[in-house]
Design a protein around this ligand. Structure first.
Ligand code: F6P
Length: 407
């Protein structure tokens, strides 16, 4: 038996399909008979919702288009597997389905929660003596996975965010005679990597954001007020970047100040959103000037037209590595991106034990957060700059990017 199954899980990115292409191409090169794609991750697999990738990706042209298509081609899910010790019935079902489809290698492309799935399947498989290998391919714009220098998805989202920040700053200063406060809200949950990426806009033609707030440091509304007041004494237009996950010292998210009843997903993550709206309303009241909330929201993780070529390549290589390991009989691992050299930037693809990755969050080092928690240092710039290099132009049709869509 030499079939492979691959799924995508969690919030998508603009390069997650490049990882899928990497899995598919390497699996075929290693002689896999069939490569199945799970529709909507493990949740779809449980309902035997699968697609034969040879049928839908049968040509180089289509694989190329897949690499340029944002979001999860196979669909995604946020489905938490139960503890294998407590609910063996579900695991028995999964393993009997894997046997039915003669699966040798199971690849899951995702973030911390998806690596939780790989860990549980590995542990259960080892317990029952199954020969099936489970390996993860990393994916998250949040860049918060342990054991890897960075994650596929981050570089492209960071590139988009930095470019948008630069352009929004140009836009804002046109009304330089009036006071304005723009607040940009950026994804990343409890990790501030993406919000820090707004600092990449800094350069000879752009000052970058005036204030940058990451969730790694508790947010104090009155200290924020004082900083804004001091800045407004010196300049009229302020651009402020905030992470969606900033919270006060008690752990309450700032977005909960306006809406205390945030929904919670299967992994216990609160639905984020609304931080910039809350803070602009606060500033409007305090300072009586024009404000604007800019929520990058979904746009930051699907902007494949502005993806980083470095990121697209590394996403492909990590998918390739994951399936190579699994088809070579290795299990319980995740492909990792290792910075082998700083300048020139060299990235090698490695493997790490998924037990050290699942449910762990890798945050921005506190020493990279400066000016009482409201800026980031040049160490961050040195870290992130290589990851946004290179242009990945979309396949264009009728003046717009063309996408590969699963019917
Ligand atoms: O984990 C990736 C991520 O994009 C987070 O940055 C964000 O908080 C979350 O997913 C949003 O998830 P969803 O699209 O399921 O609401």
């Amino acid at each position: 038996m030499k079939n492979v199954i691959v799924g995508q899980s969690g919030g998508p990115s603009s390069v997650i399909n490049s990882s899928l292409a990497g899995v598919y191409c390497r699996a075929k090169a290693m002689g896999a008979d069939k490569v199945y794609g799970m529709r909507n991750g493990i949740q779809g697999f449980l309902e035997e919702q699968m697609v034969d990738l040879d049928t839908v990706l049968g040509s180089n042209e289509l694989v190329k288009l897949l690499r340029k298509t944002p979001a999860a081609y196979l669909g995604s899910c946020r489905f938490k597997l139960p503890d294998p010790e407590k609910d063996t019935a579900l695991f028995e079902k999964i393993f009997s389905l894997l046997k039915k489809y003669e699966i040798a290698a199971f690849i899951y492309i995702g973030g911390n929660d998806s690596m939780d799935t790989i860990r549980k399947l590995t542990d259960y498989g080892q317990k029952i003596g199954s020969p099936i290998c489970f390996v993860g391919a990393p994916k998250t714009i949040d860049n918060d996975l342990a054991e890897t220098d960075h994650t596929p998805g981050f570089g492209s989202a960071a590139k988009f965010i930095a470019a948008m920040t630069k352009e929004a700053i140009r836009d804002e200063v046109v009304y330089s005679t009036n006071k304005t406060i723009y607040i940009m809200e950026i994804m990343g949950r409890n990790a501030g990597w993406l919000t820090a990426a707004t600092a990449l806009a800094r350069g000879a033609d752009c000052p970058g954001p005036d204030l940058i707030y990451l969730p790694e440091v508790p947010f104090d509304l009155q200290a924020f007020r004082a900083k804004v007041a001091a800045l407004l004494e010196k300049k009229n237009n302020l651009m402020i970047a905030v992470s969606e996950g900033i919270h006060d010292a008690s752990g309450t998210f700032i977005c909960e100040y306006a809406d205390a009843d945030k929904a919670v997903d299967a992994f216990g993550h609160k639905q984020m959103g609304g931080t910039a709206t809350y803070l602009t309303a606060f500033c409007e009241k305090e300072f009586g000037c024009k404000t604007r909330a800019i929520e990058f929201s979904t746009l930051q993780r699907c902007a494949a037209h502005f993806a980083s070529q470095t990121d697209v390549n590394e996403a492909f290589q990590s998918g390739d590595k994951a399936v190579e390991a699994a088809l070579s009989g290795r299990t319980g691992l995740m492909a990792t991106l290792l910075r082998a050299n700083e300048v020139p930037y060299v990235c090698e693809i490695g493997l790490a034990d998924v037990h050290h990755i699942s449910n762990v969050e890798r945050l921005v080092p506190l020493e990279w957060i400066t000016e009482e928690g409201s800026q980031v240092s040049d160490d961050f710039i040195r870290y992130a700059l290589p990851l946004i290099q290179g242009e990945s132009y979309p396949v264009m049709e009728n003046g717009l990017p063309k996408h590969l869509v699963l019917k």
